[in-house]
Design a protein around this ligand. Structure first.
Ligand SMILES: Cc1cc2nc3c(=O)[nH]c(=O)nc-3n(C[C@H](O)[C@H](O)[C@H](O)COP(=O)(O)OP(=O)(O)OC[C@H]3O[C@@H](n4cnc5c(N)ncnc54)[C@H](O)[C@@H]3O)c2cc1C
Length: 383
């Protein structure tokens, strides 16, 4: 194994922290720079499916994420009134990892920050990269505080609105607004909520994911004009209005929401960077390369898989270009599958009209478990 490389990771999100930990654990001198002045993650939850847990296991934090999370075996799909249509059991578990683990984003972040620190990665907040010049010897980096340093590789995990993707590919591959947003709020978990649940209405869907013994989060995906801006104070009322078509368990939750609830409103963007994801010594990873709709709960999973595969490939005794090429070859098809499938699910769910609703529910009943199983079977394979 070559341990001589020095790597700069841009972005201390889930992928960047995971990469910082994975690279430093393999002996690379690793710096992480994060533009935010301090760690700051909004307080909702996230599901980590089995393939993501395998990546977290490679970073050595599986026990920690399982200890704070809620393990569950899959998803129950319902109509808008809560009648069960299709139970779907996730096929991503094995004797080491459960099929799914819901947890708070803050907990996941804290665990990854500690892992990167423990491994020896140096993280600096309130700092970004102003310029990168590459030649045969190094990537020469100028930081926003005026300092300069040289690296063998720069890995940009700077999120869906990536400045580095913009710079490297001269604006040719911008993120696109999907036309849909997601509303999320953390609420108490009733004892009988032991797996994810989805409720299909006309042109929108709602659902919830268990996060811990105490909490779960409710989500609602709705079509919204891109110009809609939402004041934090108005979000609980707007969410209650959006949920008016639901009966059953979603209606019970809706009716218990108050104006004090912390509702998070997020427009959904996507991007799929064509291969190769690198130029010279700079590689684009995580959401910056392949942000997807959240419908398979696979975005962070893909970013964490990128992190461990990048560390694997850079550990080989090959040139930087060969390593970055091998990285893209391993990652592109998997990320593309997740992007395409997530978008197809989003489109199918949002296209449901009063006339097509019975057919849509019948299609779910007949095919959903099998279709989701096919995707799981691919994602069960090593990243
Ligand atoms: C509504 C929703 C629900 C989701 N649910 C799930 C789920 O259940 N399971 C799942 O696996 N995934 C889920 N995802 C996807 C997941 O959140 C992302 O895929 C994941 O956060 C990507 O990690 P990342 O590190 O690539 O990017 P990010 O987490 O976005 O991190 C990017 C970091 O880079 C920093 N940064 C940006 N620009 C710069 C710069 N110029 N210099 C330095 N730093 C910079 C940012 O401040 C940020 O900290 C969901 C996404 C959404 C929108």
């Amino acid at each position: 194994m070559s341990t001589s490389k020095k790597v700069l990771v841009v972005g201390a999100g889930i992928g960047g922290l995971g990469a910082g930990a994975a690279l430093a654990q393999r002996g690379f001198e690793t710096d992480i720079v994060e533009i935010k002045p301090a760690p700051d993650v909004y307080g909702v939850g996230i599901n980590q499916p089995g393939n993501s847990l395998r990546a977290l296991d490679r970073i050595g934090v599986l026990d920690e994420v399982l200890a704070v999370g809620f393990q569950f075996d899959g998803w129950d799909f319902h109509d808008a009134d809560g009648n069960l249509v299709a139970p779907v059991r996730t096929r991503l578990g094995d004797d080491r990892v459960p099929p799914n683990n819901g947890l708070s984003r803050r907990d996941l972040h804290d665990i990854l920050i500690r892992a990167a620190d423990r491994a020896g990665a140096r993280t600096t907040y309130g700092l970004t990269v102003d310029e990168i010049r590459c030649d045969a010897d190094a990537a020469h980096v100028r930081f926003s505080d005026g300092r300069e340093d040289d690296y063998d590789v720069v890995a940009a995990f700077d999120g869906v609105k990536s400045v580095h993707r913009e710079r490297l590919f001269e604006g040719r591959h911008r993120q696109a607004y999907t036309g849909f947003v997601i509303w999320r709020v953390t609420i108490p978990r009733p004892a009988d909520v032991v797996r994810g649940a989805v409720f299909q209405s006309v042109g929108e869907k709602a659902g919830y994911i268990p996060l811990s013994q105490e909490h779960m989060y409710l989500f609602n995906v709705t079509p919204e004009d891109r110009s809609v801006r939402v004041d934090k104070a108005d979000a609980p009322r707007l969410l209650r209005e959006r949920l008016h078509s639901f009966g059953g368990p979603v209606a019970e939750i809706r009716d218990a929401l108050t104006d004090d609830d912390d509702v998070v409103y997020s427009p959904l963007y996507e991007v799929m960077l064509p291969a190769p994801w690198w130029v010279d010594r700079v590689v684009i990873c995580g959401d910056a390369a392949h942000a997807c709709a959240p419908h398979l709960t696979q975005g962070a999973a893909m970013a964490l898989e990128d992190a461990v595969v990048l560390a694997d490939e850079l550990s080989r005794d090959v040139s930087v270009h060969e390593a970055l090429d091998a990285f893209t070859v391993r990652r592109y098809p998997r990320a593309k599958l997740v992007n395409d499938a997530s978008r197809a699910i989003l489109d199918a769910e949002m296209a449901v009209t009063p006339e097509t609703l019975p057919m849509a529910l019948e299609g779910m009943r007949a095919h959903l478990a099998e279709n989701m199983g096919h995707i799981d079977d691919v994602l069960r394979q090593p990243a």
